[in-house]
Design a protein around this ligand. Structure first.
Ligand code: ZN
Length: 572
C-alpha cells in the first residue's frame, strides 16, 4: 500500500534494548557482595560483571547512574552503527550480539533493585527523572532473561529477512518500494492490482516470525506484571492501551466523512464500479500531477531541502548529518549515531510529495539528534519518547506540502500551491487512517488475544479505516514492524497532533502565517524541543511551548480542510 510506510527513528532506547540477552547468568550478581563507593578520589568504576555497589547517599547514587548510563550509551552508540550497516545491507553485522549485550545490562535484577530503592526518594527532579527512566528500562529484568534474549534474536533475524526480501510481480523481482511505487504511478489497473496482491508474498514469508515476536513480547510484558504486551510496550510512550483505543476510535469517527468522500471522489474520477485497495494511491497521484507538472521532482530534492532549512534558521551546511537516498523496506530511517555529534539518515526514492515528506521527516529526526544539548546525562541524549520524536520529524515533514514553500520552491501559482497543499493534507489523512490508525488498532487489539484469527481481524480493521474491502488472503504480515518494532504505530497519530499543535503555536506567537520563511523556527524548536532531549517529558514540552496540553483540535482543523470542494477549482 502506499508508501509513506513507516519512517522509523532507530533508537536503541526502550524497545530495541529489550531485544536482548544471553549471558545473563554471567552478570546477574544477586548474591554479590556490595562494595563501597568513593573510598578515595578515584572515579567510581562500575565493573563489568561485578556486584552492584552499595549506595549510601545521593552523591553515590549519581556516581552509579553516571557510570551505568555511560555503559548503556556505549551499547546504544555501537548498536546504532551496527543497525545502520544492517540497513545498508552490509554483512556480517553484529546487531544481535550487541543487542544481547545491552539486554544483559538491562536484565540485571541487582541494578533494578538499587534503582527501586531510591526511586521516589530524591529531592532533585532531574535525578528523579533519571531514576524513573531507569525504572522503566529495567522492567525487563522482572521477566525470564532467556525470553528477552530470544525476542531480540528473533527481531534481528526478521529484520535481516525483511531487508533481503524481494516481491515478484508478473515474474519480475521488486523491492517493497518498487511495489508501492507501481500502485502510485501505474495507469494500468491490472498491474496495480497484481502489485497489491504481491504484498501477500511478504506476509506469507514473515507472518509466523512476526506472530512469534508478538507472543514473546506478550509473555515478557505479562511477566513484568502488565495485563498484556501492549500495556507493557505503551509504558515507554506514557500511554495506556485504553487511552490509545479511545483516541484511535475518536480519530476514526472524526475523519470518516472525509475518508468516505475521498473514496467516492476516486470512484467517480476513475470511472470504476468499486474502489479497490490498489486505486487510492493512483488517484492521489493524479491529484498531485494535475495540470501536467510535478511540483515534487526528485532531482532537486536535497537542494530544496537545504534551502528550506536555511530559511527556517538552521545551518545545514555545518550540521553533522549524513543524508542518503537509499531503497529500504520502510519509508526512511534515521540513525542518531551519537547525539549530538553525528546522525545518519536513509530515505527512499519515492515519487512526488511522498519523497519530500519522508526526506524532511527524516531530516527532522536528525536535527533533533544533533541539536541536543551535549552536556545532558547520557540517558537524556537517547531522546524523546516516540510520540514526540516522531512529532518533531512530522513538524518538519509538513513543510513538504506547505503552500507558501511550494509557491517559492516549486515556482507554482498561489492558487495551485493551495490546491497542492490540500492534496498533501489528503495524503496525510489517508496515511494516518490506512498506515497508522488501522495498524495501531489492529496491533493493540490483537494483544487482547493473540490466538484469535488475526487475518480476519485485519480485514475488519481495513474495512473500517480504509472504507474499502481487502481481498481474501494474508496481508498483515507484510507489516514487519509488528514484530521488529512493537507498539510503534500509534506514535504517528500522536506525532501529528504534536506537529500541528506546534506549527499553530509558532504561527500564533509570531503572527506569522508563513512559517517556511520564518528564521525563528530553528531557535524555537531547539530551545523547547531539541536541546532538552529526554530531560523534559514530552507532555510537558508541549505545554511549555504552546501553553496548552496536547489535544486533537489542531490536527482536526488541519485535516478538515483536506477535501477539495466539488465545484471545481480545487479539483482537477
Ligand atoms: Zn520518523
Amino acid at each position: 500500500m502506499r508508501a509513506r510506510p513507516l519512517r522509523r527513528f532507530a533508537a536503541l532506547a526502550p524497545k530495541a534494548a529489550r531485544a536482548v540477552a544471553a549471558a545473563a547468568a554471567l552478570l546477574l550478581g544477586l548474591t554479590a557482595v556490595a562494595v563501597p563507593l568513593g573510598a578515595d578520589s578515584a572515579p567510581f568504576h562500575l565493573a563489568l560483571g561485578g556486584p552492584a555497589p552499595k549506595v549510601a547517599n545521593v552523591a553515590e547514587l549519581r556516581a552509579f547512574l553516571d557510570e551505568l548510563e555511560a555503559q548503556e550509551f556505549m551499547v546504544y552508540e555501537a548498536s546504532a552503527l551496527e543497525g545502520y550497516y544492517q540497513w545498508r545491507g552490509r554483512e556480517p553485522h553484529f546487531v544481535a550480539p550487541f543487542a544481547r549485550f545491552g539486554n544483559d545490562l538491562r536484565n540485571r535484577r541487582d541494578y533494578a533493585a538499587l534503582i527501586e530503592r531510591w526511586r521516589g526518594h530524591v529531592p532533585d527532579s532531574t535525578l528523579a527523572l533519571r531514576l524513573e527512566l531507569h525504572h522503566r528500562a529495567f522492567l525487563q529484568s522482572r521477566a525470564d532473561p532467556q525470553l528477552v534474549i530470544a525476542l531480540g534474536d528473533a527481531q534481528n533475524a526478521l529484520q535481516d529477512s525483511v531487508n533481503a526480501f524481494h516481491y515478484r510481480v508478473r515474474g519480475e523481482a521488486k523491492t517493497l518500494t518498487a511495489v508501492t511505487e507501481t500502485m502510485v504511478n501505474q495507469s494500468d489497473r491490472g498491474l496495480r492490482r497484481d502489485a497489491f496482491l504481491a504484498l501477500s508474498q511478504g506476509a506469507e514469508a514473515h507472518t509466523a516470525a512476526i506472530v512469534h515476536c508478538m507472543e514473546l513480547n506478550d509473555r515478557i510484558g505479562r511477566e513484568e506484571g502488565f495485563r498484556n504486551g501492549a500495556e507493557a510496550g505503551l509504558v515507554f510512550t506514557s500511554l495506556t492501551r485504553e487511552q490509545v483505543l479511545r483516541d484511535l476510535d475518536a480519530f476514526e469517527r472524526g475523519t470518516r466523512p472525509i475518508m468516505l468522500a475521498l473514496v467516492a471522489r476516486a470512484q467517480r474520477d476513475l470511472k470504476i464500479d468499486r474502489v479497490e485497495p490498489w486505486d487510492l494511491d493512483y488517484w492521489m497521484h493524479l491529484q498531485e500531477t494535475a495540470g501536467g507538472d510535478d511540483a515534487w521532482p526528485r532531482a532537486p530534492g536535497l537542494e530544496r531541502m537545504t534551502a528550506l532549512m536555511k530559511d527556517l534558521g538552521f545551518q545545514p551546511d555545518s550540521l553533522p548529518i549524513d543524508t542518503r537516498v537509499w531503497d529500504v523496506p520502510t519509508g526512511g530511517i534515521t540513525f542518531p549515531i551519537r547525539p549530538p555529534f553525528e546522525a545518519r539518515l536513509l530515505t527512499n526514492p519515492f515519487t512526488g510529495s511522498n519523497f519530500y515528506e519522508t526526506l524532511f521527516h527524516e531530516y527532522g529526526h536528525s536535527l533533533n539528534a544533533v541539536l541536543t544539548d551535549a552536556h545532558l546525562s547520557p540517558i537524556f541524549l537517547l531522546g524523546d519518547e516516540t510520540p514526540m520524536s516522531e512529532g518533531l520529524a512530522e513538524c518538519l515533514g509538513h513543510f513538504a506540502y506547505d503552500a507558501h514553500w511550494l509557491e517559492r520552491a516549486a515556482h507554482v501559482s498561489p492558487d495551485k500551491a493551495r490546491r497542492l497543499e490540500q492534496v498533501g493534507r489528503l495524503q496525510l489523512l489517508l496515511w494516518l487512517r490506512r498506515s497508522i490508525a488501522l495498524n495501531a488498532w489492529f496491533e493493540v487489539t490483537a494483544y487482547g488475544n493473540l490466538h484469535a484469527n488475526l487475518d480476519s481481524l485485519y480485514a475488519v480493521a481495513y474495512r473500517r479505516f480504509v472504507c474499502v474491502e481487502l481481498p481474501p488472503g494474508r496481508f498483515f504480515g507484510y507489516r514487519d514492524l509488528f514484530g521488529t518494532g512493537p507498539l510503534y504505530f500509534q506514535s504517528y497519530l500522536y506525532a501529528n497532533m504534536i506537529a500541528t499543535q506546534l506549527r499553530e503555536a509558532m504561527r500564533a506567537q509570531w503572527q506569522s502565517p508563513d512559517l517556511s520563511r520564518e528564521p525563528r523556527v530553528a531557535g524555537w524548536l531547539t530551545r523547547f524541543m531539541f536541546a532538552p532531549g529526554g530531560s523534559v517529558p514530552w507532555p510537558e514540552k508541549v505545554r511549555r511551548a504552546t501553553g496548552s496540553p496536547l489535544g486533537t483540535a489542531a490536527l482536526t482543523r488541519y485535516l478538515a480542510g483536506a477535501m477539495p470542494s466539488r465545484d471545481g477549482r480545487s479539483s482537477p
